[in-house]
Design a protein around this ligand. Structure first.
Ligand SMILES: NC(=O)c1ccc[n+]([C@@H]2O[C@H](COP(=O)([O-])OP(=O)(O)OC[C@H]3O[C@@H](n4cnc5c(N)ncnc54)[C@H](OP(=O)(O)O)[C@@H]3O)[C@@H](O)[C@H]2O)c1
Length: 364
């Protein structure tokens, strides 16, 4: 057993930051030694700065940490989990990577940088190879990893299974996204109670583009991703659900497949062998349910400690070929849990050996 790797959480006081702090409290490989937030919180004890809105107590090891300003040098911490707002992330994350930090980010800032992987170990583990190209380009031992947009997370797993088995030509996606997806305090109760809002800024563009990168293949020279050749149309909605994004989708296949074939392709989904034993990997990445009224956010979002994608309502589609509904926990699988899983994979594959082997970190 090696020592737990000291990590920092950027924007540790928000909806996603709190999930990082909570999940990392008991993590076998990582331990939180540094937390940052905005100027509003910097200088305060974490427990005094945060408005803790998730289940459980504030972990004792973090409660007394003094919140650091995010633009201050993070110091002797090799790995940073970022829950920064997109605009702040854009200004800070590339600089931290250039300085030699590993940044696993939930913000959208780095997602479309060609040699930054949107790394999901049970979806596209081979994308980890982009790190080598990124390090060469930046001439640094650090690297950035982006995480999937929280709504794309629910869509990409069935799409991967279907694309590999039959080819996917087109997808129409309708999302029903939880309130916590807008952060805290997020949408005002005046706007969301008894209501549905058919707009989330920039979200449709992301869902129409980012899954094509996540489902693509590493280019021949290893410096980018050749995007998957499929057309995606997305319509998004904010709904009065606390946690758990629902995605309803219709899929047009390139090759004919029976309902039984499609069912089997999803049910038989396999995770790459070298990713199966990661601490945050759920027993099942996708759980296909046959009940007529599932998935439901309240009943299904915590499946697999919030890391399993629940799929249901699989049936023929009279417009495209098949339709289905997925449900994923947006702040766990779709944010903090996904970033921790990606970092675990990078560690397991040896991408952080050089950094964590250094005396400065071993001494912590
Ligand atoms: N919520 C989700 O389901 C979800 C899912 C996937 C990805 N994301 C992404 O994750 C990121 C965080 O989202 P969230 O839901 O956690 O938002 P949030 O609840 O609004 O939290 C925002 C966090 O950013 C900090 N912050 C604000 N301005 C800052 C600044 N200028 N410098 C440094 N820190 C600053 C806040 O600190 P203070 O407390 O000090 O103000 C707080 O910790 C966003 O990029 C979001 O798009 C969110």
């Amino acid at each position: 057993m090696r020592e737990r790797i000291p990590v920092g959480v950027l924007a540790a006081t928000g909806a996603v930051g709190q999930r990082f702090v909570s999940l990392l409290a008991e993590h076998p490989w990582f331990r939180v030694v540094s937390v940052t937030a905005s100027d509003r919180s910097a200088g305060k004890r974490y427990a005094d700065a945060v408005n803790w809105v998730i289940p459980g107590e504030i972990p004792a090891a973090v409660a007394d940490l003094v919140v650091r300003p995010t633009d201050e040098d993070p110091g002797s911490v090799p790995l940073l989990f970022s829950a920064l707002p997109a605009d702040v992330a854009k200004g800070l994350e590339p600089g931290l990577v250039a300085k030699g930090y590993v940044v696993a980010s939930n913000a959208s800032a780095m997602r479309m940088t060609p040699d930054v992987p949107i790394l999901v170990p049970d979806l596209n583990p081979d994308h980890v190879r982009l790190i080598e190209a990124q390090r060469r380009r930046l001439n640094t031992r650090g690297f950035g990893m982006a995480m999937a947009n929280c709504s794309s997370t629910g869509a990409v797993f069935p799409l991967k299974a279907l694309n590999e088995a039959f080819g996917v030509e087109a997808v129409h996606i309708v999302t029903l996204q939880a309130i916590s997806g807008a952060g805290y305090p997020g949408v005002s109760s005046f706007d969301i109670l008894d209501n549905i809002i058919p707009y989330i800024s920039n979200e449709e563009d992301k869902i129409e583009t980012e899954p094509r990168k996540m489902l693509g293949a590493v280019s021949a020279d290893g410096t980018a991703i050749d995007f998957a050749d499929m057309t995606i149309s997305a319509q998004v909605h904010r709904v009065p659900v606390m946690d758990g994004h629902t995605v309803a989708m219709s899929v047009k296949l390139r090759n004919r497949a029976s309902l039984a074939d499609v069912r089997e392709a999803i049910a038989a989904y396999q995770v790459a062998e070298d990713a199966r034993d990661l601490p945050s990997m759920p027993e099942r990445t996708m759980l296909l349910r046959d009940e007529a009224d599932r998935p439901q956010p309240r009943r299904d979002r915590d499946t697999g400690r919030g890391m399993t994608i629940t799929v249901g309502r699989l049936q023929p589609c009279p417009v495209f070929d098949y339709k289905l509904v997925t449900l994923s926990h947006n702040t766990l699988r779709g944010a903090a849990g996904g970033a921790i899983l990606a970092a675990e994979y990078a560690v397991a594959r040896g991408y952080m050996d050089e950094i964590i082997g250094e005396a400065a970190f071993a001494a912590q």
